[in-house]
Write a protein that binds this ligand. Sequence first.
Ligand code: EPU
Length: 422
Amino acid sequence: MDIFHIEGPVRLSGSVSINGSKNASLPIMAAAILAPGESSLKSVPHLSDISVCGKLLSQLGCKLTREPDGDLRIDSTVIDNPVGEYEIVRRMRAGICILGPLLARCGRAEVSMPGGCAIGDRPVNLHIRGLQELGAQIHLKNGYIIAEAPNGLRGKDIFMGGPFGSTVLGTANVLMAATLAKGRTVIESAACEPEITDLANCLNKMGARITGIGSPRLIIEGVKELQPVEFKVIPDRIEAGTFMVAAAITEGELRLQNCRLDDMMAVVDRLRNIGVTVDAEGDGCLVTRTGPIKPADITTQPYPGFPTDLQAQFMALLSLTDGNSVIIEKVFPDRFMHVAELNRMAANLRKEGPVVIVAGVKKLIAAPVMASDLRASAALVLAGLAAEGSTTIQRVYHIDRGYERIEKRLNPAGAKITRESV
Ligand code: EPU
């Protein structure tokens, strides 16, 4: 239960290297289940969610090792317990993405139904329906999804869209299962997020036959088996976006290394529109803010739209403009736990259903606040960097789920963040 103390305001100036993507790493780790043997993954970040995923794979029978060079080795030669326990899946919803690969490899899987979380209900009906379309028999028992396909899965044309558009982990689950199904699967309305593209590229390197990668129509020709793989995960676009906002909110200048602007067009477009300079440079970019920033309207959408995972961070930034902004959350309509906390720091935010009206204020004022979920907590850190005085953030473990030692990364650039272990 660590606490952050953040002294503000500061002006950041320096460089930060972006780590491998958490949300690409998690399904790619699950993909190792599909190919008996030892896979080796590069750029998997050192985060608590990754450790939890490792634990989940270990319970199935896999052996995991972190090499001195940081590579993560997953030996999936033996999988003798195809069960994703509640104790683990309740801590990390992404645990659900072992369902498809386990079913494809073992013909059976039991995975705890993930519960809701601070950002909303988060159902898994589309995951289940997609796997049923591939021929799996699925029922619920004692809070577990029991999926069976003793005679293997069969390819099919599947529509994966839901009321909020595509589903990222649902697409990952069905895509992974379909690689070993008999015949051809078409996933229509597939998620197009770069993390799904990375997963599909990794699966193809393992011997899968996937085309349409990056589009909403994925076509998968089933193969008999996949081979273990060596694969490097893409940089984390959400971490990069968070650090871009850190530069902007502190009127600073940050050089981001290992950052793919191509994956972040909607974010870079918003930043440039409000008056922040983002210049491509080497393998990353330089983000600079020299003057006042303008208000903006932001609507979160599945990729290539503006990502919900940066909505909270942009709300902190837009709090400090001269005028009104409107933020509409179309992916997780309840993802607003940060609103009340930012208001405690003298922001002027009014929530109406899935919409927040951001009335710009001249300054934010430090306050004790509570981290509630990963991205909401990141927004509080950003607000703390810009606010006058000493901000205290409780429940820092939420931040540690997605940002590796954020204080060690930002302090060399001028942040004053101290971690207190309680
Ligand atoms: N949905 C359904 N039914 C389903 C699945 C999803 O109705 O079966 C709805 C959800 O309730 C939501 C929308 O579809 O309204 C999109 O949810 P999605 O399934 O795409 O979310 P996810 O796959 O569970 C991943 C990321 C999230 C990110 C979302 C959206 C991982 C591990 N998680 O979640 O990341 O917000 O996609 O981009 O990849 C984070 O990193 O902080 C985070 C929450």
